[in-house]
Design a protein around this ligand. Structure first.
Ligand code: KG4
Ligand code: ZN
Length: 364
């Protein structure tokens, strides 16, 4: 089959955790993007309940696909290529998206491109970016924080609920992992800290809000560690920080709301300082041309601001996705698939036979 690469219509599915999402991209432009969140369902458990997540994906996946096609005003039969997140993620959740995409590919006789979820997060930076110009479409990306044309080599900081990584990209789709978390991911740490402080769910936005309301006195009594800030490698560790928070909070009798806010601020400051410092250090060591931020924690305003400030100081162009593309969505998956097609990576029509959900899939 001969494809007209430039007008390829891609339908992508994302169901790796607790968001059921679908998006349509045509010629690199986002036609429609639907994300249904399961936050309310999991709130009472204080975290994602895997069995409930996969059941909810099953209930939502077809309505979400129907809605995304309706919004894009594209018929299912007109789709040229299907894409789906195959991992990493919760296996029961992944299976719903993967099996749905395989069925569509089989019935409609269109190829299926499996996309790594972390690659998707990276390509959140390229939603609405035309491959040839590499420059964001100004109409579509008017609220994009920093519309930079990405030049390589680039450093990507991926910070999500499951991963914290520094990745060196020599070009599109080429990844070398420089370092990652040895224990908890940054998002996971935010979630656990919010649980310890009983600040609500999901933890990241809850800590951010509490930190904003903190009134820290000059002689602040709460000091948390900055784990691995000065280690020579590019790895991270956030589990000790969480434990330090737990012990210090426990040591205070009758923990007041003002104490909780102060803890939240110090906790956020610690994570952001480590992330920003190590990212700039990696960028300097590898002499990169661009820094990319990605993943759910990229929605954190302090992280966005501090990284932007340091990038300006050290003259690294910085790309940050729009808020809506930081946390899980299918626009980023469709965009990653679009870039893959532009590099000629279109799989055969019966590729669905080989596609499998892999809960611990590696970025390579
Ligand atoms: O990328 P994502 O949607 O899912 C995974 O792939 O894990 O990231 C979710 C994570 C959660 O841990 C959540 O608390 C965190 O991103 N997060 C934030 C913020 N918004 C979401 N962390 C800090 N500040 C935020 N504003
Ligand atoms: Zn994610």
């Amino acid at each position: 089959m001969v494809y007209n690469l430039s007008v390829m219509k891609i339908l992508a599915i994302e169901s790796s955790c607790d968001e059921t999402a679908a998006a349509v991209v045509e010629d690199g432009l986002l036609k429609s993007n639907i994300v249904t969140s399961q936050l309310d369902l999991h709130r009472k458990y204080g975290g994602v309940f895997p069995e409930l997540a996969s059941r909810q994906h099953l209930a939502k996946i077809i309505p979400v696909i129907r809605e995304v096609l309706e919004k894009a005003q594209i018929k299912l039969e007109a789709i040229d290529l299907f894409a789906t997140t195959f991992g990493p993620g919760l296996i029961g959740s992944l299976l719903v998206g993967v099996e749905t995409a395989k069925t569509l590919s089989f019935i409609l006789k269109k190829p299926l491109l499996p996309i790594n979820h972390l690659e998707g997060h990276i390509y959140a930076n390229f939603v609405g970016v035309n491959f040839k110009s590499q420059i964001p479409n100004s109409k579509q990306n008017s609220s994009r924080q920093s519309p930079v044309a990405c030049r390589f080599p680039a450093i990507v900081l991926i910070v999500s609920g499951g991963h914290t990584m520094l990745v060196l990209m020599k070009n599109h789709l080429q990844y070398k992992i420089l370092g990652e978390t040895l224990d908890d991911a940054a998002g996971e740490a935010f979630d656990k800290a919010a649980k310890i402080l009983d600040l609500g769910y999901p933890g990241g936005p809850a800590i951010e809000k509490a930190a904003k309301n903190a009134k820290v006195a000059k002689n602040a009594k709460i000091v948390l560690p900055r784990p691995m800030l000065n280690s020579k490698d590019f790895d991270f560790s956030f589990s000790g920080l969480k434990t330090a928070l737990l012990y210090q909070a426990r040591a205070i009798k009758n923990l007041k709301q003002s104490d909780k806010l102060e803890f939240a601020k110090e906790f956020q400051d610690a994570i952001v300082q480590v992330l920003v410092t190590k990212t700039i250090r990696a960028a300097t060591k590898y002499g990169v041309q661009t820094i990319l931020l990605s993943g759910g924690v990229a929605a954190n305003k302090l992280l966005r601001e501090k990284l932007a400030k340091e990038c300006k100081k050290f003259k690294f162009p910085l790309s940050i996705p729009e808020f809506q593309y930081c946390t899980d969505n299918a626009a980023m998956i469709a965009t990653a698939a679009y870039f893959r097609t532009q590099y000629g990576r279109i799989p055969p029509i019966d590729n669905w036979k080989k596609v499998q959900a892999i809960s611990n899939a590696k970025l390579n």
